[in-house]
Ligand binder design. Structure first.
Ligand SMILES: C[S@@+](CC[C@H](N)C(=O)[O-])C[C@H]1O[C@@H](n2cnc3c(N)ncnc32)[C@H](O)[C@@H]1O
Length: 289
């Protein structure tokens, strides 16, 4: 990829965010489609968020979807495709103790709050390993909690120890930047999607379809349909969406499919490569419509 071309006069059209100004991060740009407002950086999100916040003190993102480390890769076991396997998703998911994990959640959430526009909202996913820390951090930071949404999984793996209930759900916290925010909620669109009845806070989605893993899989990949619903509920067309823990860029794919802009950050080269292929395919498909 010709990074010079990508970086030339790089700006996010339709948004106040101008990536060109993040000069020290130009070398971190891994993928861009300027015409579509789609950008992916290979960086530590804590560093990139500081740069963006310094340039845009009033915020520049309409919505954030964050799927942070759940801190559950500690040698436990689970069942995958009928076989026993260890819960080891990568070093980035290893718990470093309750205090450290919570301090990390405070740190990235505080930085995300700064880059949200005044009326912007954030979605954060988690399980019992992380979501209570995330929720507490959000309350400490003055976010306005809007909903906790349960993502119910229709066919979860069995619990091998038979000493616990089968883990069949994850939680998404939806929150606005602060108590003054006048957040977007596309009530009618959600109602229409739910057979003309008010959309409830329990959502049933299957894990990512095999076609979402055609270029390889990320160990904690989210279904595109789940992220799409968050985007459709909380933003208007042309909105600019940020993901600090992009992984395989499910949020980017969902943003492309719903005609929104996307800026993602991911540390690992393997997932940057996977993201690049997924983003390019989603853009190609959209241009054919
Ligand atoms: C839970 S996964 C996200 C999966 C994603 N939602 C998807 O559907 O593919 C979290 C990702 O965050 C990345 N990560 C962890 N710490 C990071 C950091 N400080 N900055 C940027 N990325 C980070 C990990 O490499 C991992 O790919």
């Amino acid at each position: 990829m010709d990074y010079d071309v990508l970086q030339k006069d790089l700006c996010l059209l339709g948004n106040s965010f101008v990536a060109e100004s993040i000069t020290s991060f130009k070398d971190k740009l891994a993928f861009a489609s300027q015409a579509d407002d789609i950008y992916l950086f290979q960086a530590d999100c804590l560093d990139l968020l500081d740069k963006i916040a310094a340039k845009y003190p009033n915020g520049c993102f309409d919505m954030i979807f964050a799927d942070p480390p759940y801190f559950l890769s500690n040698g436990g076991i689970t069942c995958q495709s009928g076989k026993v396997s260890t819960v080891n998703k990568g070093d980035w998911d290893r718990s470093r103790g309750t205090e450290f994990n919570h301090a990390f959640n405070m740190q990235w959430l505080e930085k995300c709050q700064r880059v949200l526009k005044a009326n912007g909202t954030i979605w954060v996913s988690g399980t019992m390993h992380s979501i209570y820390s995330v929720g507490f951090a959000m309350q400490k930071l003055g976010f306005k909690l809007l909903n906790d949404v349960i993502w119910q999984k229709p066919n979860p793996p069995p619990n091998l120890s038979c000493r616990y209930f089968t883990h069949a759900s994850e939680t998404l916290i939806w929150a606005a930047k602060n108590s003054q925010s006048r957040h977007v909620f596309n009530y009618e669109a959600m109602k229409e999607m739910n057979n003309h009845k008010q959309m409830q806070s329990v959502w049933n989605f299957s894990p990512p379809h095999i076609s979402e893993k055609q270029f390889g899989k990320h160990p904690t990949q989210k279904p595109v349909s789940l992220v799409e619903r968050c985007i459709l509920a909380a933003t208007d067309k042309g909105a600019f969406i940020f993901d600090p823990f992009a992984g395989s860029s499910t949020t980017g794919v969902a943003a492309i499919q719903t005609k929104r802009g996307f800026c993602g950050v991911e540390l690992e080269s393997e997932f940057i490569q996977l993201s690049t292929k997924r983003l390019q395919l989603a853009l190609n498909k959209r241009s054919r419509i």
